[in-house]
Design a binder for this molecule. Structure first.
Ligand SMILES: O=C(CO)[C@H](O)[C@H](O)COP(=O)(O)O
Length: 271
């Protein structure tokens, strides 16, 4: 196993040890390569999972749950009003405020609704994902769009300052654009690194001047474009903050676990 895979595995083990609830009823399971180690760590706990339902964030995630011998219930099969005890997922990049970019695996819409249906959203990643600002190492924001509106959305993204947004192709060029589990397209929109809370506190405005955006502002602007189903920026309230405000579920993780290059696991908690 490579050092990066070992890092993901170590982070998953600590995240599951710290956040998998005793008597869990509903657990969100995200998408990607890191989440495989989360499911492995859940199995390794050796707890009785017979009464637990696992909510996938897409096709890969559902197969992962089933292949582990766990019970998968898709999002539309959750009884109305049910709150997931916890949701685990990976990320493409995480900033100092625990805002995330997700959607590298094209599952961002279901990942967001699952995270927002959970009491706690826990992010698990390796050290390459931890950066001071979003769009430092991961250069584009994935955006899920209705195919018929894709070119209109691209024009609107260019007006927001994105240089050369593209429709993500499928693995085989012959098949044309990649289609998500919803049958939508993904647009990957490059923007310069985004501002975080400490930049704003230091007087930078984040009003989009010179295309430098604050995370929440850009997320909202993209979401407002007709034709956009969801944007791969996970920011704003955490689950506990949302519940204190009388709602449920936040899209910003309450904690993020990073497997580090030296074998340790670094834990960041949302402020
Ligand atoms: O957002 C995602 C899929 O849409 C994944 O969580 C993200 O791409 C991280 O994947 P990996 O664990 O393979 O690095």
């Amino acid at each position: 196993m490579s050092a990066v895979e070992k890092a993901k595995q170590a982070a998953a083990k600590v995240a599951v040890t710290n956040h998998y609830p005793k008597d869990a009823r509903w657990v969100g399971i995200g998408s990607g390569t890191t989440i495989v180690y989360v499911v492995e760590a859940i199995k390794a706990l050796g707890v009785d999972t017979s009464a637990t339902k696992y909510v996938p964030t897409g096709y890969q995630s559902k197969q992962l749950i089933i292949n582990a011998g766990l019970t998968a219930v898709e999002f539309d099969g959750i009884p109305p009003g049910t709150i997931l005890d916890v949701a685990f997922d990976g990320a493409d990049e995480v900033d100092e405020d625990l805002n995330c970019i997700k959607g590298g695996g094209a599952c961002l819409f279901q990942e967001k609704i699952v995270a927002m249906q959970a009491r706690e959203f826990i992010c698990v990643a390796d050290h390459r994902k931890l950066q001071p600002r979003l769009l430092t190492n991961w250069k584009t924001i994935p955006i899920e769009v209705a195919p018929i509106a894709a070119h209109r959305v691209i024009t609107k993204l260019q007006e927001l300052g994105s240089i050369d947004p593209i429709i993500r192709p499928s693995a085989s060029a012959k098949e044309g654009p990649l289609k998500t589990d919803q049958g939508f397209f993904i647009i990957d929109a490059p923007f310069p690194p985004m501002l975080i809370k400490s930049d704003l506190a230091a007087g930078q405005e984040g009003n989009g001047k010179e295309s430098i955006w604050a995370v929440d502002v850009l997320s909202r602007k993209i979401k407002e474009i007709a034709g956009v189903l969801e944007v791969g920026i996970f920011s704003g309230l955490t689950g506990p903050e949302a519940s204190a405000a009388g709602g449920i579920g936040g899209q910003r993780p309450v904690a993020a676990y990073f497997g580090m290059a030296d074998g340790s696991v670094s834990v960041r908690k949302a402020q």
